[in-house]
Design a protein around this ligand. Structure first.
Ligand code: D9A
Length: 414
């Protein structure tokens, strides 16, 4: 839960945080009894925290398919990420992963902590996979095959151009969007979305992660991981790691802003994708991560802290987003709010200011044109007077001290 300090600074976070906590403890009680499904759902909660709760509210059949898809992708990631596996061992595993999911005798030990458990006990995931409907299995197999091949390609290749960057993000995230659209369609609840829109859903999330995680990725041991395209950073520094040094602060922030501006190109597609969804639980499942992403971009923009430590939305704001993202009107409202926040942070002297502003204004226009924004509370402006909670508390404490002294002095008079 958020720290006491954070709650005192943002008293309205309290209720959504409590609600999220209750939802989390409820979800933990609902772990299925069969060992393989039990393993899959507890694993899901261990590796994804709040996202697991959003998966949990999907209808049973689709929820099971998404849970398995999520774990298969995490396993594939674990193989890709593990720098201790030699390339000649890794590449064949990535390329054949879509076959391994059908084989509940297969396993490959790698990764650390909860990911090591996932890999060691992968037979539970395969067993559960084999119980899914044929259409779900085929969608997961096809995407796993394409993703494994794409990851293998990028093992020996660096992200040089913006096209490489889009291609890499397509393999690791855009394909997830395509796969999920197939699962939604297979469930009978949604029409099949166009691939280019599904791809944008993944690219917007992945690019946000890549921006936010700069420092963590560059400091990775034994070898830094680099996803920022040279075509962008080479306009500011000679080496990607130079961005983290204090003497390059001005260039670093300009480069960061360029990266955020690049990510903003996907916003229109994401809004179009979400506006076509019909099922309320699928809608929430898709919309919550997107609202978190635009919020994270607004937080990171022009923020040197990205190169110094971890920049994350406070837990209370995440809880509010989970609580209040229900309809397309909520999404337009949130995108509008965070665009305003972005706009207020643009410095006229930034080399890309004009481009950034025009993308922000395009987003604001889409949100305004949709005309669906209701009288919702804003995420960024404090909606209640700020003196509501803290001063009342202070006042109560002063009053208590007063009364205590009053009675103490009265009794000593006797
Ligand atoms: C998603 Cl099945 C992801 N990724 C996410 C999470 O959202 C997408 C991985 C596997 C699956 C789904 C997601 C959700 C809904 C619709 C989508 C979609 O497309 C239509 O994917 C495109 O980030 C990972 C990729 C971006 C690589 C695809 C959201 C998530 N949030 C984390 C928060 C964080 O900071 O990472 O996982 C969390 O709540 O733990």
């Amino acid at each position: 839960m958020g720290s006491l300090g954070a709650i005192l600074r943002h008293p309205s976070d309290f209720y959504p945080l409590m609600k999220l906590k209750m939802a989390a403890s409820n979800a933990e009680k609902q772990i299925p009894p069969q060992p393989h499904w039990g393993f899959c759902y507890s694993m899901l909660h261990k590796v994804s925290r709040s996202f697991a709760l959003v998966i949990q509210q999907l209808g049973t059949e689709l929820r099971d398919a998404v849970c398995i898809f999520y774990l298969v992708l995490r396993a594939l990631d674990t193989v890709e990420d593990d720098t201790s596996i030699p390339t000649d061992v890794k590449v064949p595993i990535l390329k054949a992963f879509h076959q391994h999911v059908y084989d509940n005798e297969w396993h490959f030990s790698c990764g650390t902590k909860e990911y090591k458990v996932l890999m060691d006990q992968f037979h539970h995931v395969s067993t559960a996979f084999l119980e899914l409907g044929k259409r779900y299995q085929e969608a997961i197999e096809e995407i796993t095959k394409r993703m494994g091949a794409g990851m293998a390609k990028f093992i020996c290749k660096e992200v040089e151009t913006i096209d490489d960057y889009d291609e890499y993000c397509h393999y690791v995230a855009g394909l997830v969007g395509l796969g999920l659209s197939k699962l939604f369609h297979a469930s009978g609840a949604e029409d099949l979305a166009p691939d280019s829109l599904s791809n944008s859903m993944g690219l917007f999330l992945q690019k946000t992660n890549i921006i936010r995680d700069y420092l963590e990725d560059i400091n990775e041991i034994p070898k830094s991981r680099m996803f920022w395209p040279r075509q962008i950073w080479s306009n500011y520094v000679n080496k990607l790691e130079d961005l983290k040094y204090e003497e390059n602060s001005e260039k670093a922030v300009q480069c960061l802003n360029d990266m955020v501006t690049n990510a903003l190109t996907h916003v229109e597609d994401c809004l179009t994708y979400m506006s076509a969804l019909r099922d309320p639980s699928i809608f929430r499942f898709c919309a919550i991560p997107q609202v978190m992403a635009i919020g994270t971009l607004a937080l990171c923009y022009n923020n040197i802290e990205v190169f110094r430590g971890v920049v994350k939305m406070r837990r209370g704001l995440t809880a509010k987003i989970i609580d209040r993202t229900r309809t397309m009107a909520d999404v337009y409202g949130a995108f509008y709010d965070f665009s305003c926040m972005l706009k207020s942070k643009v410095d006229k002297n930034d080399p890309n200011a004009t481009k950034t502003l025009s993308r922000i204004e395009a987003t604001q226009k889409s949100c305004r044109d949709a005309g669906l924004r209701n009288k919702r509370k804003s995420y960024i402006l404090p909606s209640e007077p700020r003196y509501s909670f803290v001063p009342v508390l202070v006042l109560l404490i002063i009053l208590a001290i007063f009364l205590a002294q009053f009675f103490a002095s009265r009794s000593s008079n006797y």
